[in-house]
Design a protein around this ligand. Structure first.
Ligand code: G3P
Ligand code: CA
Length: 231
Protein backbone atom coordinates (compact mmCIF):
# COMPACT_ATOMS: atom_id res chain seq x y z
CA UNK A 1 0.00 0.00 0.00
CA UNK A 2 1.29 3.50 -0.85
CA UNK A 3 2.48 5.56 2.10
CA UNK A 4 0.39 8.67 2.85
CA UNK A 5 1.79 11.95 1.54
CA UNK A 6 3.28 13.74 4.56
CA UNK A 7 1.92 17.17 5.37
CA UNK A 8 4.54 18.81 7.58
CA UNK A 9 3.57 22.10 9.18
CA UNK A 10 6.59 24.37 8.77
CA UNK A 11 7.59 26.05 12.07
CA UNK A 12 4.08 25.03 13.10
CA UNK A 13 1.83 26.79 10.63
CA UNK A 14 3.80 29.98 10.11
CA UNK A 15 1.55 31.20 7.31
CA UNK A 16 -1.16 31.61 9.94
CA UNK A 17 0.55 32.21 13.29
CA UNK A 18 3.93 33.45 14.60
CA UNK A 19 6.53 30.87 13.60
CA UNK A 20 7.98 28.36 16.05
CA UNK A 21 5.50 29.26 18.81
CA UNK A 22 3.16 26.88 20.63
CA UNK A 23 0.29 28.81 19.09
CA UNK A 24 1.66 28.06 15.61
CA UNK A 25 2.13 24.38 16.47
CA UNK A 26 -1.44 24.11 17.79
CA UNK A 27 -2.67 25.80 14.60
CA UNK A 28 -0.77 23.33 12.41
CA UNK A 29 -2.36 20.42 14.27
CA UNK A 30 -5.82 22.02 14.11
CA UNK A 31 -5.43 22.42 10.33
CA UNK A 32 -4.65 18.72 10.00
CA UNK A 33 -0.85 18.60 9.60
CA UNK A 34 0.36 15.07 10.35
CA UNK A 35 3.84 16.31 11.27
CA UNK A 36 5.20 19.53 12.76
CA UNK A 37 8.65 20.91 12.00
CA UNK A 38 10.50 23.16 14.44
CA UNK A 39 14.02 24.61 14.71
CA UNK A 40 16.08 24.23 17.89
CA UNK A 41 19.00 26.21 19.24
CA UNK A 42 20.93 25.93 22.50
CA UNK A 43 20.95 28.76 25.03
CA UNK A 44 22.77 28.00 28.27
CA UNK A 45 21.62 24.43 29.00
CA UNK A 46 18.22 24.93 27.40
CA UNK A 47 16.92 24.09 23.93
CA UNK A 48 14.78 26.87 22.57
CA UNK A 49 12.59 26.73 19.49
CA UNK A 50 13.87 29.51 17.25
CA UNK A 51 14.99 29.88 13.64
CA UNK A 52 17.17 32.99 13.22
CA UNK A 53 20.53 33.92 14.70
CA UNK A 54 19.05 37.30 15.60
CA UNK A 55 15.97 38.20 17.62
CA UNK A 56 14.91 41.18 15.51
CA UNK A 57 12.69 39.65 12.82
CA UNK A 58 10.40 37.55 15.00
CA UNK A 59 10.46 39.08 18.50
CA UNK A 60 10.42 42.44 20.23
CA UNK A 61 14.06 41.84 21.24
CA UNK A 62 17.25 42.98 19.50
CA UNK A 63 20.62 41.38 18.83
CA UNK A 64 21.96 37.85 18.74
CA UNK A 65 20.07 34.98 20.34
CA UNK A 66 23.37 33.48 21.54
CA UNK A 67 24.17 36.63 23.56
CA UNK A 68 20.97 36.46 25.68
CA UNK A 69 20.34 34.54 28.84
CA UNK A 70 17.54 32.00 28.80
CA UNK A 71 15.67 34.07 31.39
CA UNK A 72 15.84 37.20 29.20
CA UNK A 73 14.69 35.28 26.12
CA UNK A 74 11.64 34.03 27.96
CA UNK A 75 10.52 37.60 28.64
CA UNK A 76 10.32 38.41 24.91
CA UNK A 77 7.20 38.49 22.80
CA UNK A 78 7.61 36.09 19.87
CA UNK A 79 4.35 37.32 18.32
CA UNK A 80 0.76 37.64 19.54
CA UNK A 81 2.02 37.51 23.13
CA UNK A 82 3.68 34.10 22.71
CA UNK A 83 6.93 33.20 24.48
CA UNK A 84 9.85 31.50 22.73
CA UNK A 85 9.10 27.87 23.60
CA UNK A 86 11.41 25.12 24.81
CA UNK A 87 11.63 21.70 23.18
CA UNK A 88 10.00 20.18 26.28
CA UNK A 89 7.01 22.47 25.84
CA UNK A 90 6.68 21.31 22.25
CA UNK A 91 6.65 17.66 23.32
CA UNK A 92 3.95 18.49 25.90
CA UNK A 93 1.89 20.41 23.34
CA UNK A 94 1.87 17.79 20.61
CA UNK A 95 1.33 14.80 22.93
CA UNK A 96 0.71 11.81 20.69
CA UNK A 97 -1.23 13.71 18.05
CA UNK A 98 1.39 14.27 15.33
CA UNK A 99 4.94 13.47 14.30
CA UNK A 100 7.73 15.84 15.30
CA UNK A 101 10.60 16.90 13.04
CA UNK A 102 13.27 18.58 15.15
CA UNK A 103 15.69 20.54 12.98
CA UNK A 104 19.04 21.06 14.71
CA UNK A 105 19.51 24.67 13.69
CA UNK A 106 22.12 25.89 16.14
CA UNK A 107 25.52 24.46 17.11
CA UNK A 108 25.87 21.91 19.91
CA UNK A 109 22.25 20.88 19.80
CA UNK A 110 22.74 17.15 19.04
CA UNK A 111 23.49 15.95 22.57
CA UNK A 112 20.86 17.98 24.45
CA UNK A 113 18.26 16.99 21.86
CA UNK A 114 18.99 13.28 22.27
CA UNK A 115 18.88 13.71 26.08
CA UNK A 116 15.42 15.26 25.83
CA UNK A 117 14.18 12.56 23.47
CA UNK A 118 15.41 9.91 25.90
CA UNK A 119 13.73 11.71 28.78
CA UNK A 120 10.42 11.06 27.00
CA UNK A 121 10.74 7.33 27.20
CA UNK A 122 7.23 6.82 25.88
CA UNK A 123 7.94 8.67 22.62
CA UNK A 124 7.44 6.47 19.57
CA UNK A 125 10.34 6.87 17.11
CA UNK A 126 7.88 6.37 14.25
CA UNK A 127 6.70 9.88 15.09
CA UNK A 128 10.18 11.39 15.26
CA UNK A 129 12.59 12.82 12.71
CA UNK A 130 15.78 14.72 13.54
CA UNK A 131 17.17 16.76 10.64
CA UNK A 132 19.92 19.28 9.99
CA UNK A 133 21.99 21.04 7.35
CA UNK A 134 24.87 20.38 9.76
CA UNK A 135 25.70 16.78 8.89
CA UNK A 136 28.36 16.31 11.64
CA UNK A 137 25.60 16.99 14.19
CA UNK A 138 23.47 14.25 12.63
CA UNK A 139 26.49 11.95 12.82
CA UNK A 140 26.67 12.72 16.56
CA UNK A 141 22.98 11.90 17.02
CA UNK A 142 23.58 8.59 15.21
CA UNK A 143 26.49 7.78 17.56
CA UNK A 144 24.36 8.50 20.59
CA UNK A 145 21.31 6.57 19.41
CA UNK A 146 21.36 4.78 16.05
CA UNK A 147 17.60 4.21 16.23
CA UNK A 148 16.66 7.88 15.96
CA UNK A 149 15.33 8.54 12.43
CA UNK A 150 17.46 11.13 10.64
CA UNK A 151 17.15 13.36 7.59
CA UNK A 152 19.91 15.36 5.95
CA UNK A 153 18.88 18.82 4.80
CA UNK A 154 20.30 20.00 1.51
CA UNK A 155 19.58 22.97 -0.65
CA UNK A 156 20.79 21.19 -3.79
CA UNK A 157 20.43 17.45 -4.10
CA UNK A 158 23.67 15.66 -4.99
CA UNK A 159 25.32 12.25 -5.29
CA UNK A 160 27.38 13.16 -2.22
CA UNK A 161 24.15 13.69 -0.26
CA UNK A 162 22.98 10.22 -1.28
CA UNK A 163 26.30 8.68 -0.19
CA UNK A 164 26.13 10.36 3.23
CA UNK A 165 22.52 9.29 3.59
CA UNK A 166 23.46 5.67 3.07
CA UNK A 167 26.48 5.84 5.37
CA UNK A 168 24.43 7.30 8.22
CA UNK A 169 21.28 5.30 7.54
CA UNK A 170 19.10 8.35 6.93
CA UNK A 171 15.38 7.82 6.64
CA UNK A 172 14.99 10.84 4.36
CA UNK A 173 16.72 13.53 2.41
CA UNK A 174 15.06 16.93 2.62
CA UNK A 175 15.68 19.27 -0.29
CA UNK A 176 14.66 22.69 -1.49
CA UNK A 177 11.71 23.13 -3.82
CA UNK A 178 13.97 25.20 -6.09
CA UNK A 179 16.30 22.32 -6.85
CA UNK A 180 14.36 19.07 -6.57
CA UNK A 181 14.26 17.00 -9.78
CA UNK A 182 12.51 13.81 -10.81
CA UNK A 183 15.93 12.17 -11.40
CA UNK A 184 16.94 12.89 -7.82
CA UNK A 185 13.64 11.59 -6.42
CA UNK A 186 14.07 8.38 -8.42
CA UNK A 187 17.71 7.93 -7.30
CA UNK A 188 16.79 8.53 -3.64
CA UNK A 189 13.87 6.10 -3.82
CA UNK A 190 16.11 3.45 -5.38
CA UNK A 191 18.29 3.79 -2.26
CA UNK A 192 15.24 3.39 -0.04
CA UNK A 193 15.28 7.04 1.04
CA UNK A 194 12.25 9.27 1.40
CA UNK A 195 12.37 12.74 -0.17
CA UNK A 196 10.74 15.63 1.70
CA UNK A 197 10.67 19.05 0.06
CA UNK A 198 10.73 22.53 1.65
CA UNK A 199 9.04 25.02 1.61
CA UNK A 200 6.01 24.39 -0.57
CA UNK A 201 3.22 26.92 -0.26
CA UNK A 202 1.72 27.51 -3.70
CA UNK A 203 -1.05 25.11 -4.77
CA UNK A 204 0.61 24.55 -8.16
CA UNK A 205 3.90 23.60 -6.49
CA UNK A 206 2.11 21.28 -4.06
CA UNK A 207 0.44 19.52 -7.01
CA UNK A 208 3.76 19.34 -8.88
CA UNK A 209 5.50 17.76 -5.88
CA UNK A 210 2.74 15.18 -5.61
CA UNK A 211 3.09 14.27 -9.28
CA UNK A 212 6.88 14.08 -8.90
CA UNK A 213 6.32 11.34 -6.31
CA UNK A 214 8.02 13.02 -3.34
CA UNK A 215 7.03 11.64 0.06
CA UNK A 216 5.85 14.87 1.62
CA UNK A 217 6.30 18.60 1.87
CA UNK A 218 6.96 21.23 4.49
CA UNK A 219 4.41 24.01 4.20
CA UNK A 220 3.59 27.23 6.01
CA UNK A 221 -0.03 26.40 5.04
CA UNK A 222 -0.76 22.76 5.93
CA UNK A 223 -4.41 23.39 4.97
CA UNK A 224 -3.36 23.89 1.34
CA UNK A 225 -1.47 20.59 1.29
CA UNK A 226 -4.44 18.73 2.70
CA UNK A 227 -6.77 20.37 0.20
CA UNK A 228 -4.52 19.21 -2.64
CA UNK A 229 -4.30 15.66 -1.16
CA UNK A 230 -8.08 15.33 -1.25
CA UNK A 231 -8.34 16.17 -4.97
O1 G3P B 1 13.36 21.60 7.43
C1 G3P B 1 12.99 22.25 6.27
C2 G3P B 1 13.21 23.75 6.36
O2 G3P B 1 12.70 24.19 7.57
C3 G3P B 1 14.67 24.12 6.24
O3 G3P B 1 14.87 25.49 6.08
O4 G3P B 1 15.41 27.78 6.82
O5 G3P B 1 13.09 26.97 7.00
O6 G3P B 1 14.85 26.09 8.52
P1 G3P B 1 14.54 26.63 7.17
CA1 CA C 1 13.56 24.58 9.74
Amino acid sequence: MARPFLCIGHRGAMGHEPENTLRSIRKGIELGATWIEIDVQRVEEQLVVFHDERLDRTTNGRGLLAEQSFAELRKLDAGRGERIPTLEEVFETIGERVGLNIELKGPETAEPTVRRIHARDDFDYKRLLVSSFDIPQLRRVHELDAEIPLAGLYSRPSKEALRTATALGFLAINVSLRHVTSEFVKAAHEQGLQVLVYTVNEPDDIARMMSLGVDGVFSDYPDRVLRASRK
